[in-house]
Write a protein that binds this ligand. Structure first.
Ligand code: KG4
Ligand code: ZN
Length: 334
């Protein structure tokens, strides 16, 4: 018999609901983005985000059911992002999920947002274990080792800013607007190696750091402004990106060497970065026994289909919640 999972994702600034059949067949994937509102402020304003989630959540759920051409009676379980994320935003999705679960007597599955990003890869490939996931997003920069299905060990993390946060901040000081990642990605394509920026160093071999690099970019821009010199935005974007990504490459390379997984997957919004995708494809040539999967662009950034596929696997492991769990803004993955 087929299995239908309805998932709700509201951890940041996308109100999203998706329905997935039998682990990876997407019947609907509705994302209502708030980017046009937040870009007025240069970043996500948490209070505003939760208010817009409240306005949109019922419509997004209705739309997901309509597009999937099924009714709530056909759904086997409701999956929802419990954390990490913005507390007010998470709360809206969780309340909606609990209400449906209670009203229609369906099991509920609380999920970790990053687990969704990792399982998004199931839309394009079978996951093979042991697996190493490089998670690069607006809130996370982590290397996660999965010895088997649904088991997660964080082997490295950022000691300060997430990589996406650094992209957004650098874009902001260059006056490029929010979200900055795609803008820097594009601009860097025509940039040259004109400015020297530091490659951050961290003691723990699998940890990352981006705040020093971010400060170096800010100092560079201040210095150029003080001297009335032209700021060549393409070149700043190029140098920042090369420096940030060379750190990511080096650390991932070391982890592949040490952990020898069968599969490397990329996950999170920054996995949409064209230069990172290119560098990873080059690096994996050194490892003929390791499969590389990079999620398609549409499922790198936040969406509910990825939460539904993670929910399907959690359903198979009977990882159900009760109606009393609450949002966990800093939920640990394991
Ligand atoms: O996964 P995501 O949608 O939300 C979080 O869970 O954080 O990631 C959003 C982040 C933002 O920081 C955005 O600037 C970054 O992903 N991003 C990119 C690109 N597309 C999105 N960063 C670099 N290059 C891109 N092409
Ligand atoms: Zn995300």
């Amino acid at each position: 018999m087929s299995k239908y999972i309805l998932a709700i994702e509201t951890s940041c600034d996308e109100t999203a609901c998706a329905i997935v059949k039998d682990n990876n067949q997407i019947l609907s994937n509705i994302v209502s983005s708030q980017i046009n509102v937040h870009e007025l402020y240069g970043g996500v304003v948490p209070e505003v985000a939760s208010r817009i989630h409240i306005e949109n959540i019922s419509l997004v759920i209705e739309e997901a059911l309509k597009e999937a051409k099924i009714t709530i009676d056909d759904i086997d379980a409701i999956a929802v992002t419990q954390g990490p994320g913005l507390i007010g935003s998470l709360h809206v999705g969780i309340q909606a999920a609990k209400t449906i679960a209670w009203l229609y007597n369906k099991p509920i599955i609380p999920l970790h947002h990053i687990v969704g990003h990792i399982y998004a890869n199931k839309f394009v490939d079978e996951l093979e274990f042991p697996l190493l996931a490089l998670v690069v997003s607006g809130g996370h920069t982590e290397l996660i080792y999965m010895e088997k299905e649904y088991s997660f060990e964080v082997i490295g993390t950022t000691q300060d800013d997430a990589i996406g946060e650094a992209y957004d901040k650098v874009a902001r000081v260059l006056g490029l607007g929010y979200p900055g990642g795609p803008k820097i990605d594009n601009l860097a394509k025509t940039g040259k190696e004109n400015y020297t920026l530091p490659i951050p160093k961290v003691e723990n071999p699998y940890d990352f750091s981006f705040s020093g690099l971010k400060s170096a970019v800010i100092q560079l821009i201040n210095r150029l402004e003080r001297r009335n010199e032209e700021i060549i935005k393409e070149d700043v974007a190029y140098s920042f990106q090369e420096s940030a990504l060379s750190q990511v490459l080096k650390i991932t390379d070391k982890a592949l060497n040490d952990y020898k997984p069968k599969h490397l997957v990329l996950a999170g919004g920054v996995a949409a970065n064209s230069r990172l995708r290119e560098l990873m494809q080059d690096m994996i040539l050194k490892y003929p026994n390791i499969k590389l999967t990079i999620p398609p662009l549409w499922c790198c950034t936040d969406n509910a289909a990825m939460m539904a596929v993670a929910g399907s696997v959690a359903y198979d492991h009977k990882l159900f919640g009760d109606l009393y769990f609450s949002a966990q803004p800093s939920k640990p993955i394991s």
